[in-house]
Design a protein around this ligand. Structure first.
Ligand SMILES: Nc1nc2[nH]c(O)nc2c(=O)[nH]1
Length: 447
């Protein structure tokens, strides 16, 4: 929380993403106690810290609804560069099986740093493997170090190869132990209060790596504890084929039968949802984490985001893990979301403002955080300041330039009114030291 009030002054433009989608010119934002107090021209606040935003565009901090932060240690792995989802996973599982607590902590710090520099203030993470004593706690500590708002999800895999699943047997956990650890991390870390910096969700990994029983039990536990549910769904054709062959139904039916629809549930990818499944998601308030770069990289396809949005499905944006993106830049991800819908449906299928809306309030709504992802009196002061005077945006006429042109990195970033990035540099951690450790750990995995 900010001790002193903070006044962001004279922004060229503020895209508030409030309920009226107001856009303010030459305007200020006053922040007190971690929340937006006022927006408008000529605000004053005696004793406030002043941040000048002339030449800048100000937006709500971007919200990332799907990531596997640990994967930042396995970018561009040979043999996994040109594969479809299942082959890609089979190449990487044995490498991930060698991770331990430090790998989780350092890779998460690295991934969060990358997100912060690209304007992200709130991210979820899906950690679904726990080799060699690794724990969800390792990633939570990293988020607390860096100061980003964090939704950690306790993922899991329980069906190994010998039981018809995709992962190697050595990488799966027993279901009783999974549920026990879910209870532990929710009780230890989940903060249900408005404005929380840390929440926990439950996230069995995917239909081809967990049992139906675990999905059902996780849903019951999540509702008992009042936390959200997250998994991968309908990611590509292999995923659909597995569902039809193994469960005798499409992914939407599978999710509905197991209690995995509702406004406390969000599914990653959903590239292959059909019209009935989209209607189910809209009626039930089920959210979607759209991951356009990863879907391109793995050749999964183009998610029907235009159709989903028109049907009323809640859609947020996700960079996905850095083994399948392999960058984790939220601004570029929003640009990719916009461009892909145009490839699918034509040049007017999605504008820059709509893509930015998905990347801000869209994601916040998917994560059940209506106090984030928009700037209005009373919302959380999660704010990105983009310098539009650099070469990327030079000559641009409109704030839409942020996604049509650039920049893709922030000048300043505030989370709950606390500055995380100043003049393009992270101020909460020693990034060069983290990157050096990341390099050593990656080398150790590669050799
Ligand atoms: N894009 C991804 N899809 C997945 N499915 C699954 O089971 N794991 C993953 C993953 O890490 N990335």
């Amino acid at each position: 929380m900010t001790a002193r009030p903070l006044l962001i002054r004279k922004a060229d433009a503020i895209l508030t993403m409030d309920d009226a989608r107001r856009e303010l010119r030459g305007a200020d934002i006053l922040i007190e106690d971690g929340k937006v107090q006022a927006l408008g021209q000529g605000l004053t606040a005696p004793g406030a810290e002043v941040v000048l935003a002339e030449g800048c565009l100000v937006t709500p901090g971007l919200v990332n609804t799907h990531h596997h932060l640990y994967q930042s240690l396995t970018r561009a792995v040979p043999g996994a560069q040109d594969a479809l989802l299942f082959g890609w996973l089979q190449r990487l599982y044995p490498i991930w099986a060698r991770f331990g607590p430090e790998h989780m902590h350092v890779s998460t710090l690295t991934g969060l740093a990358e997100l912060a520099l690209s304007g992200c203030t709130l991210t979820s993470d899906h950690l679904y493997l726990y080799p060699n004593g690794a724990r969800l706690d390792d990633t939570i500590a990293a988020a607390q170090d860096i100061g980003l708002r964090f939704h950690a999800t306790r993922g899991a895999m329980s069906i190994g190869e010998s039981d018809g699943g995709l992962p190697p047997d050595g990488l799966v956990e027993g279901e009783a132990a999974i549920l026990e650890d879910c209870i532990r991390v929710v009780d230890a870390f989940h903060d249900p209060r408005e404005g929380a910096m840390l929440r926990v969700g439950l996230a069995p990994c995917s239909p081809f790596s967990v049992s139906r029983d675990l999905m059902r039990e996780a849903a019951l536990l999540a509702r008992d504890k009042g936390v959200m549910l997250h998994t991968h769904l309908a990611e590509n054709e292999e995923d659909i084929a597995y569902s039809l062959e193994t469960f005798g139904c499409r992914p939407g039916q599978y999710a509905e039968d197991l209690g995995w629809t509702g406004d406390d549930v969000w599914h990653a990818h959903c590239v292959k949802l059909d019209a009935r499944e989209i209607d189910l998601f809209a009626r039930s308030g089920t959210g979607v984490a759209h991951c356009p770069c990863s879907n391109c990289r793995l050749g999964s396809g183009i998610a029907p985001v235009r159709v989903m949005r028109d049907a009323g499905v809640k859609v947020g944006l996700g960079v996905d893990g850095s083994a399948s993106n392999d960058t984790a830049n939220m601004a570029l991800e929003a640009r990719q979301a916009m461009l892909l819908q145009r490839v699918a449906k034509g040049a007017d299928a999605m504008g820059a403002r709509e893509a930015l809306e998905i990347a801000t309030r869209g994601g916040a709504d998917v994560l059940g955080r209506p106090e984030c992802g928009r700037l209005a009196p009373g919302t959380q002061a999660d704010i990105a300041i983009w310098d539009m005077r650099g070469v990327e945006a030079a000559g641009s006429w409109d704030p839409a330039a942020l996604l049509l042109a650039g920049p893709s990195k922030v000048r300043d970033l505030f989370v709950q009114g606390r500055r995380i990035v100043a003049d393009g540099r992270l101020v909460t951690i020693d990034l060069p030291r983290v990157l050096e450790r990341q390099r050593v750990l990656a080398e150790g995995l590669a050799n």
